[in-house]
Design a protein around this ligand. Structure first.
Ligand code: NAD
Length: 492
C-alpha cells in the first residue's frame, strides 16, 4: 500500500488505490512509487484546507507563534538534510552534492521567513482626526494552491510554503509528478513540527488532472505557481472565473552581455556556468550570450572549448560536473529545439546531440551545446529550451546590447560584464528583467526578491514581498467619539 497523500492531518493512499512510479533520469530505475490522487482526494484536500483556515486553528496564531513553527521546520530540515538531498537527486538525476546545496538553500529560506515573521506588521495611519484611530493590519490571505516544477523541486515549493505558514494560510502543495519525493519529506517534517491538522495538505499527480481543481475551486483564494509559460497562461485563464490572486514564476530566456572591457576570463567562466549548470534546467540560466563583436571569437572559441570539457554523470559520479535532463520527452524537446535553430541558420559549434557514452545509454544526457550566428528573431533565441543550449548574438554599441537584451517576451534575469562601472550600471538599469547581475551571474539570497518582468511572471517570491503575496491588507478605522454623519436629513 502506498500512502503518500497528506490530507487533513493524515497520510492516505489514493481513494482508488492508484499509484505511479518515479524513474531516475540517470538510468531509468524506479526510485519511488507514490500515490496518484483522484479528484475526490483533491476535493478532500481543498475542504480540509478551507475548514482549517476558517476555523482559525492556525490563522489566528500570532506572527510570533507561526515564526517559531517555521524556525522549527528549518531545524528539522537541517537534521534530515542528507536524506532529503538523496531523494531529490534520485528524482531529478542531479548530483548528490548539488541536491545538498539545494537543501541548504531550503533551510535558509525557512529561516529567512521565520525571521521576517518577527518583524513588525501593519502600521498606524495618521488621518488627521484626534478621535479616530486608523490601522493597517496584515491578515492571512486564506487558502493557497502551491504548485511547483521539477528542476528545483523542494526549493521552489519552499519559497511558497515558508511564507504561507508565516502568513497563517492553509494550503495544498502539488509538486511536479516527476519529482514528488522531497515534498513528501517536507510534509512529514511540517507534521512533526506540530502544524495543526488540515493546514498543510499534499496532493500528488499530473497537473492536467489534479492541478485543474486546485485552480478552479472557489474555495481557493490564491494560486502560487512556478513552471512553464504555457501552463501559467492556462492557470491565469482558469483563475479569472473566480478572480483568484495569482503569483506566477514562469520561464526565462536570459541575456548575458559581455563588453570588450570586461574581465574576460571571469566572464567566460561565468558564462559557461550560467548556461550549463544543472544542464540548463534553470529558469534564470544565462542561455543567451550577447557579446561585443571585437571579442566574439576569443570568447566564443573558449566557451566552446570549455563546454566540450564538461563531464556529465549521475548523482554519485564524483567526476561529473552536471547531470541528465529530466525525461525522455524533455530530451526530445531540446533536440528538436536545436535542430530548429540550425534550420533557421544558427551555426552549431559544439554538442547538439545526446551523449553517446555507454554509461549514459539509459539516461537522458544531452551534450552542452553552443549555437552561434543567432539573431533576436530566431525561435531558438526567443523561446526557452530549458536545456544546455547557449545561443550567441553580437553587438557593436551599448544601445544595441540593451536593445538585444530586452528583445524577448521574458524578463526574469540578465547579466552584464564590464570594468566600466558607470556603463554597467546604465545597462543594468535599462534591462527589463527582475534580477540583474553585474560582473557575476546566478547568485541569489532569500532576503532579496525574486521574480519576473513581462511574461516571466507576476509578483515576487523571497525578500519581504514574498511574504506579502500571502497576506491581505485591511484598513481598520475606529471612531472613538461617534457622532452623526449629518449627510442626510434625519427628519421631514
Ligand atoms: P510545467 O509548467 O510543465 O509544470 C509545473 C507544475 O504545474 C507541475 O507541478 C505540473 O504538474 C503543474 N501543472 C501542469 N499543468 C497544470 C494545470 N493545467 N493546472 C495546474 N497545474 C498544472 O513546468 P515544469 O516543466 O515542471 O518546469 C519548467 C518550467 O518552470 C520552465 O519554464 C522554467 O523556466 C520554469 N521555472 C521558473 C522558475 C522561476 O523562478 N521563474 C523557477 C523554476 C522553474
Amino acid at each position: 500500500m502506498v500512502a503518500t497523500l497528506y490530507i487533513d492531518g493524515a497520510w492516505r493512499q489514493a481513494s482508488d488505490g492508484s499509484a505511479h512510479d518515479v524513474h531516475s533520469p540517470h538510468d531509468q530505475r524506479i526510485v519511488a512509487t507514490v500515490s496518484q490522487a483522484t479528484q475526490s482526494d483533491v476535493q478532500d484536500a481543498i475542504t480540509a484546507a478551507r475548514e482549517s483556515f476558517d476555523s482559525g486553528i492556525f490563522s489566528s496564531w500570532s506572527f510570533n507563534e507561526r515564526s517559531a513553527l517555521v524556525a522549527k521546520i528549518a531545524d528539522l530540515l537541517e537534521r534530515d538534510a542528507d536524506l532529503i538531498a538523496r531523494k531529490e537527486s534520485d528524482d531529478t538525476g542531479k548530483r548528490f552534492i548539488e541536491a545538498q546545496y539545494d537543501v541548504a538553500d531550503v533551510v535558509s529560506t525557512f529561516r529567512h521567513f521565520a525571521a521576517l515573521g518577527l518583524k513588525e506588521h501593519g502600521r498606524v495611519v495618521d488621518v488627521g482626526l484626534d478621535h479616530v484611530s486608523s490601522r493597517i493590519v496584515h491578515e492571512p490571505l486564506g487558502v493557497a494552491s502551491l504548485i511547483g516544477p521539477w528542476n528545483y523541486p523542494l526549493l521552489q515549493i519552499a519559497w511558497k510554503v515558508a511564507p504561507a505558514l508565516v502568513a497563517g494560510c492553509s494550503f495544498i502543495v502539488k509538486p511536479s509528478e516527476l519529482t514528488p519525493q522531497s515534498a513528501i519529506a517536507l510534509m512529514k517534517i511540517i507534521e512533526e513540527a506540530g502544524t495543526p491538522k488540515g493546514v498543510a495538505n499534499l496532493i500528488l499527480g499530473p497537473g492536467s488532472v489534479v492541478g485543474t481543481p486546485l485552480i478552479n475551486d472557489p474555495r481557493i483564494d490564491l494560486v502560487s505557481f512556478t513552471g512553464g509559460l504555457t501552463t501559467g497562461q492556462t492557470i491565469m485563464r482558469a483563475a479569472a472565473t473566480t478572480i483568484k490572486k495569482l503569483a506566477l514564476e514562469l520561464g526565462g530566456k536570459n541575456p548575458h552581455i559581455i563588453f570588450a572591457d570586461a574581465d574576460i576570463e571571469a566572464a567566460i567562466d561565468n558564462a559557461v556556468t550560467a548556461a550549463f549548470l544543472h544542464s540548463g534546467q534553470v529558469c534564470s540560466a544565462g542561455t543567451r550570450l550577447i557579446v561585443e563583436r571585437s571579442i566574439h571569437d576569443q570568447v566564443v572559441n573558449e566557451i566552446v572549448r570549455r563546454a566540450g570539457l564538461i563531464t556529465l554523470g549521475g548523482p554519485d559520479d564524483r567526476l561529473a560536473e552536471t547531470g541528465p535532463l529530466i525525461s525522455q520527452a524533455h530530451l526530445s524537446n531540446v533536440s528538436q529545439y536545436v535542430e530548429k535553430g540550425v534550420a533557421e541558420g544558427a551555426q552549431l559549434l559544439v554538442g547538439g546531440k545526446r551523449s553517446d557514452l555507454p554509461e549514459h545509454a539509459q539516461g537522458w544526457y544531452y551534450l552542452p551545446t553552443v549555437l552561434d550566428n543567432c539573431t533576436s528573431k530566431m525561435f531558438c533565441v526567443q523561446e526557452e529550451s530549458f536545456g544546455p543550449v547557449m545561443t550567441v548574438e553580437v553587438f557593436d554599441t551599448e544601445a544595441q546590447a540593451i536593445a538585444i537584451g530586452n528583445d524577448t517576451p521574458f524578463g526574469l534575469s540578465g547579466g552584464v560584464w564590464s570594468k566600466d562601472a558607470e556603463k554597467a550600471a546604465r545597462v543594468a538599469s535599462a534591462l527589463r528583467h527582475g534580477t540583474i547581475w553585474v560582473n557575476d551571474f546566478g547568485p541569489y539570497r532569500p532576503a532579496a526578491e525574486w521574480g519576473g518582468y513581462k511574461q516571466s511572471g507576476i509578483g515576487r517570491e523571497l525578500g519581504e514581498h514574498g511574504l506579502g503575496e500571502y497576506l491581505e491588507i485591511k484598513h481598520i478605522w475606529t471612531n472613538n467619539a461617534p457622532s452623526r454623519s449629518g449627510w442626510f436629513r434625519a427628519h421631514e
